[in-house]
Design a protein around this ligand. Structure first.
Ligand SMILES: [Zn+2]
Length: 312
């Protein structure tokens, strides 16, 4: 395992042995550890003393934080993500992101590189702590912004485009897909050009769905008029923080219902074979695979897949 993540885990275990929450953090500069910390919520009776805060507080800085990388056993919360933004830390490596409400979208949208190692060791450590300290954990969660605990309560959907939407939806496609898939900036053009044209004309048989959480765009889908008979489903996007809640299904279902009402005979879409979650979403909605093309695209070798659904 990554030696720095190993050091963060050691900090977490040290905290656990003190009766604390097992979350550890390490600050790295030029290949060396310059700071260590662990969550001291219990030990110090201080709700602001998260592992990352403890680590930043005790770091031996040579200059600023700008060239440092933060390692944390758990995806940072808004407090710690805010500290990273405040001090200009450009990269965070996390052990896992599933055990507690986290601020991944916030980090990404502030230009911070996020690497999620998704380690079973880190998840097990938190799961064991939470199951053995249920009351305490509930108490900690009770201190948080309720929107983080039931994100659905702050989720809304709209159809009107506002200034900035075209750019922001393009940006989300870029940061959420391109690095993970190994695509270059030309993927942005693939999203931006037709999206900009769509924004200019939006026809009577066309619609966009923009999913927002607490006022920030976290998802989208659109029905585009390809011909009198054929609708094209485009720009399906759902932020990773919100996956697994049925929101992707809801977007696709709404788009299908609209296309049916608008009188199209069929809907088609293009996706890539390296997005299995999207493929299973389309298949479960009744789409059938029609065509596969492998070619050089977006600085990479991409296999595009066409799916189709008959509406009549
Ligand atoms: Zn935190």
């Amino acid at each position: 395992m990554d030696i720095f993540m190993q050091a963060a885990i050691s900090e977490a275990l040290e905290g656990l042995s003190e009766g604390g929450v097992p979350i550890g953090a390490i600050l790295v500069e030029k290949g060396g550890i310059i700071g260590r910390g662990r969550n001291r919520r219990v030990q110090d009776q201080d709700q602001l003393m998260h592992a990352e805060m403890d680590c930043l507080r005790h770091a031996r800085l040579t200059g600023g934080y700008h060239n440092t990388t933060l390692y944390s056993t758990l995806m940072p919360c808004y407090l710690c993500a805010g500290a990273m933004v405040q001090f200009g830390i450009k990269k965070v490596v996390v052990g896992e992101a599933k055990s507690a409400p986290a601020a991944m979208h916030f980090l990404l949208s502030h230009g911070i590189e996020v690497v999620d190692l998704d380690l079973p060791e880190c998840q097990d450590m938190m799961h064991r702590y939470i199951s053995e300290n249920r009351d305490l954990w509930e108490q900690f969660l009770g201190e948080l912004n309720p929107d983080f605990l039931s994100p659905e309560s702050s989720i809304s959907l709209r159809h009107n485009l506002r200034p900035g939407d075209v750019g922001y939806i393009t940006y989300l496609h870029g940061i959420l897909y391109a690095p993970q898939q190994g695509w270059d900036h030309t993927f942005d053009s693939y999203v931006a050009i037709p999206l900009a044209e769509f924004a200019k004309r939006i026809g009577l048989r066309e619609r966009i769905w923009i999913l927002e959480r607490a006022g920030h765009i976290v998802g989208s889908v659109a029905i585009v008029e390809f011909s009198q008979e054929e609708a094209q489903l485009r720009w399906l996007l759902l932020h990773p923080d919100l996956r697994g809640r049925g929101l992707g299904h809801r977007l696709v279902e709404e788009a299908m219902a609209f296309a049916r009402e608008a009188g199209y005979s069929s809907i088609f879409l293009w996706t890539v074979d390296s997005l299995p979650a999207a493929a299973s979403l389309y298949k479960s909605a009744g789409f059938l695979e029609k065509e596969k093309v492998t070619h050089e695209l977006w600085g990479s070798l991409v296999t595009e897949v066409k799916y189709e659904l008959a509406l009549k």
